[in-house]
Write a protein that binds this ligand. Structure first.
Ligand SMILES: Nc1ncnc2c1ncn2[C@@H]1O[C@H](COP(=O)(O)OP(=O)(O)OP(=O)(O)O)[C@@H](O)[C@H]1O
Ligand SMILES: [Mg+2]
Length: 308
């Protein structure tokens, strides 16, 4: 098999002590699309592509060590390969970052938060409480939802998601590796096939009973891992979980919250538990939201001795 088309060996990987699957093996070559993409007459990006922004000043990168598949080469080009999904608050595009005339290249998902005009703000009210920026002019702009304020909120959501992805990835949670942040654009690990087909969301997934039980186990493990580190996802459902080659991946994390500091932390845990339990129980996996919430509160050390 050509090096760049090798697929993941996730399912064959050993589980860690906690029973959690280890992450991608970073030595595993990551995929890119073939055939090689082209350059213009001067060897630069053709129309619709851009020079890689990896080395641009002020671009934060994901946690170190960067996985081997991250393309850091000067002179790499970012090719836009199309839209993966239009969401409520962001559009997710498929981008290939590759070095012209070489075999070096990787597919990534580019999540671009919308600016002023198109965005719906259903998330902002509850979640940005307490997430304050220093300048009061900015706070006022965000509160009034002025255009400037909306741009700021988009940037804040992108920043929050990028930072959380990095933190969760470093904890060993099954989230896409965040490659870089550029304003309202997050470039992250693409979860899908070498031909650019994105992994289905759990909501669309049809598997055998064994596969569904295994995904349920992975879901509980991921939620426990987050709870033990003090987080609730805050918008977890079968729409924010992807399934790729038997592996469950948690996405869309910008609203993840600190369950100890946020007075509504336990409520958010309960809501996440309700959502996933509802989906799994309706697909034949016994999943009890009260049990799961109890377990998550226990992981978060939020139960008194009498409650345990
Ligand atoms: N890293 C990724 N790899 C592959 N597909 C992805 C990735 N990230 C997001 N997607 C796809 O894009 C969709 C939207 O992403 P996400 O949920 O993060 O954004 P959103 O704006 O909150 O969208 P929605 O309103 O649909 O929840 C996902 O449901 C998934 O299909
Ligand atoms: Mg989503």
């Amino acid at each position: 098999m050509p090096r760049n088309l090798a697929s993941s060996t996730w399912d064959d990987e050993p589980r860690t002590k906690t029973g959690r699957r280890s992450r991608w093996d970073d030595d595993e070559p990551r995929h890119r699309r073939t055939p090689k993409l082209t350059t213009d007459d001067q060897g630069g990006p053709p129309e619709g592509a851009r020079w890689s922004t990896w080395d641009d000043i002020g671009i934060p990168h994901g946690p170190e060590p960067h996985p081997d598949w991250v393309v850091q080469t000067l002179g790499a080009i970012d090719y836009e390969l199309g839209i993966l999904k239009t969401g409520k608050e962001a559009d997710v595009h498929l981008v290939e970052r590759s070095v012209p005339d070489t075999d070096i290249g990787v597919l990534m998902a580019a999540k671009r938060y919308r600016g002023a005009e198109h965005r719906m703000f259903h998330r902002d009210a509850g979640y940005v409480e307490g997430r304050r920026v220093r300048e009061s002019r900015m706070n006022r702009a965000m509160a009034k939802r002025t255009e400037f304020g909306r741009e700021l909120l988009s940037g804040q959501w992108a920043y929050a998601e990028f930072t959380l992805l990095g933190d969760l990835y470093s904890l060993g949670a099954p989230v896409p590796y965040p490659v870089q942040l550029d304003g309202t654009e997050i470039l992250m690990e693409f979860i899908g096939d070498p031909d650019g087909t994105a992994a289905p969301r759990l909501a669309q997934y049809r598997g055998t009973a064994d596969q569904l039980h295994d995904l349920w186990d992975q879901c509980v493990q991921a939620m426990c891992l987050l709870a033990a580190a003090g987080y609730a996802h805050g918008d977890l459902s079968a729409y924010n979980l992807l399934v790729h080659e038997g592996r469950l991946v948690v996405i869309d994390v910008p609203q993840a919250l600190d369950i100890v500091a946020n007075p509504r932390g336990p409520q958010f845990l309960r809501r996440d538990a309700d959502n996933v339990c509802k989906w799994f129980s309706s697909h034949g996996v016994p999943a009890d939201p009260a049990d799961l919430t109890h377990r998550l509160l226990d992981e978060a050390r939020m139960l008194s001795p009498g409650q345990r």
